[in-house]
Design a protein around this ligand. Structure first.
Ligand SMILES: [Zn+2]
Length: 140
């Protein structure tokens, strides 16, 4: 970036050194182009600064998120010592009502003797239910 700016400065210096006739049509165009280039270089520099700031910010969010994840899974470990068992898989479902993401163990689905229903902890909306309806089939 510094490079681009110095190149433009060089061109501007060159135009001055050559006594560019800014009263001629060509001279006026060249001088305007140099001004515009200068503005563009400044604009790009601003964008780059903003971009770097954003990158720093995203990085700090990422670090915070990692810390939160570590805390979250630490808690999991305390609550359920089986969590170390890699066989447990979790399924996530989005609540159709409040759009919270609800997690549950997929192992729970293996039990075919029970109707399996998961409610949103946030709004109590049923977010997942096993397909077969045992109660109904019993009524038949
Ligand atoms: Zn919900």
């Amino acid at each position: 970036m510094k490079d681009l700016h110095s190149k433009i400065s060089y061109l501007q210096g060159l135009a001055e050194g050559l006594n560019l006739d800014t009263t001629s049509k060509e001279g006026r165009i060249l001088s305007n182009i140099l001004d515009i280039l200068d503005d563009m270089a400044a604009g790009i520099k601003e964008l780059q600064d903003a971009q770097l700031e954003l990158e720093d910010y995203v990085e700090s969010i990422d670090e915070d998120l990692n810390a939160l994840e570590d805390d979250f899974y630490d808690e999991f470990d305390d609550e359920d010592s089986d969590y170390e068992n890699d066989d447990i898989e979790y399924m996530e479902v989005e609540c159709p009502n409040c759009h919270d993401i609800v997690y549950f163990e997929t192992d729970l689905l293996d039990n075919e003797d029970e109707i399996f229903e998961i409610s949103c902890p946030n709004c109590d909306e049923v977010v997942f239910k096993t397909d077969y309806d045992i109660e109904e089939s019993e009524q038949d």
